[in-house]
Design a protein around this ligand. Structure first.
Ligand SMILES: NC(=O)c1ccc[n+]([C@@H]2O[C@H](COP(=O)([O-])OP(=O)(O)OC[C@H]3O[C@@H](n4cnc5c(N)ncnc54)[C@H](O)[C@@H]3O)[C@@H](O)[C@H]2O)c1
Length: 330
């Protein structure tokens, strides 16, 4: 049996959908619906509306169910908010993750998959970053994820010393975008608007225009470059990570991106093409601290998952699915 935390959120719901389609193993979903949606969880999946800070409720779930593995998506993820309210991020992302890991280990959980982020590399990476790039997060959000990785690997070490098995895989996501081709799942977070989502909103007329922050960077068209990974491919990557952990693999941390980036202008042009809407775009000054160009070095990912092939790795596919989803979303 696996437990998915944050299953009512954007990435968690896509993983849940992938898992239900490809596995017969029982699954339970946990989410406090702080940003997730109840309707993202199919009615046949046992759902616990529980917040991770409620240790008694969390422990009860482990007492009541024979959970073998956890895929842990639940977290807060607004970088800007984390700068304004750091304690909120350390409490939910770090403290709750560390507690979940401890309770999980004590209840015999054997595999734990964690949603990490390229934000742990901070500004150290310009261009391709690999897993050994120095970790220098520049925001509380990035720190909360980096420290969570440390807490998880520490818990695994503790288990090892006690001759128990508690293996950890940390997937360091780059920019997750796109939506499920079934049209029923996508990004719906009320406060979060990363570029692809914002471009989709502009194409749908939900916002009057789109800003580009900085147009004189030393890139092919002067705008920043990011590595966008389709959420469906990210979902299947989690399934690969789980089977790796269940085979003879030890702990690992791996980048989750495609290994190349697109500029802000390229994303905007693609969104205009797939939507057929020539929405207005404003050029705004650079934002301080923005990284010029970052994308995943995928050498380690390819070595670790030689059989895994992305199926949705085109900017067109990402923008089209995001646009169709946004159009349906009220
Ligand atoms: N979206 C991205 O581009 C991106 C990039 C890097 C990493 N991540 C990480 O991926 C994970 C999932 O992100 P997402 O985009 O699906 O976000 P999301 O907000 O859509 O999903 C997170 C889910 O967790 C739930 N949640 C939050 N705190 C909780 C708590 N204390 N107890 C129970 N449930 C709680 C929310 O209700 C929500 O359903 C996060 O850990 C995030 O840091 C996301």
């Amino acid at each position: 049996m696996i437990l998915i935390t944050g299953a009512a959120g954007y990435i968690g719901s896509h993983f849940l959908s992938h898992f239900l389609e490809h596995s017969k193993e029982p699954v339970i979903a946990l989410d406090d619906l702080s940003s997730g949606r109840r309707d993202f969880i199919p009615s046949q999946v046992p759902f616990h509306e529980v917040t991770l800070s409620d240790s008694a409720q969390v422990e009860k779930i482990f007492k009541d169910h024979p959970i073998r593995s956890i895929v842990h998506f639940a977290a807060f993820l607004s970088v800007e908010e984390s700068v304004r309210e750091p304690a909120k991020y350390y409490a939910n992302n770090l403290v709750n993750t560390a507690n979940l890991a401890r309770v999980a280990r004590m209840n015999g959980v054997r595999e734990f998959i964690f949603s990490s982020t390229c934000a742990i590399y901070g500004n150290e990476g310009q261009g391709a970053v690999n897993e050994s790039t120095e970790k220098k997060p520049i925001t509380p959000y990035g720190w909360s994820k980096f420290l969570s990785e440390q807490a998880l690997f520490g818990e695994s070490e503790l288990a090892h010393q006690a001759s128990q098995e508690f293996k950890v895989a940390s997937l360091r996501y780059f920019n997750v975008a796109g939506a499920h081709p079934n049209g029923k799942l996508g990004q719906a977070h009320a406060q979060l608007e990363p570029l692809v989502r914002r471009a989709a909103k502009a194409a749908c007329g939900k916002i009057p225009s789109l800003e580009i922050f900085g147009t004189h960077y030393p890139t092919r068209d002067g705008t920043c470059i990011r590595d966008y990974i389709h959420v469906m491919d990210l979902a299947s990557l989690h399934a690969e990570a789980l089977s790796q952990l269940r085979s003879d693999s030890g702990n690992f941390a791996v980048n989750a991106g495609y290994g190349y980036g697109y500029t802000v202008r390229e994303v905007i042009e693609q969104m205009k093409t797939v939507s057929g809407v020539n929405f207005s775009v404003n050029e705004a000054p650079e934002r301080s601290g923005d990284i010029v160009e970052i994308y995943a070095d995928t050498t380690e990912m390819k070595k670790r998952f030689p059989a895994w092939k992305p199926k949705y790795d085109s900017l067109r596919e990402i923008c089209e699915s995001a646009y169709l989803w946004e159009k349906k979303l009220n």
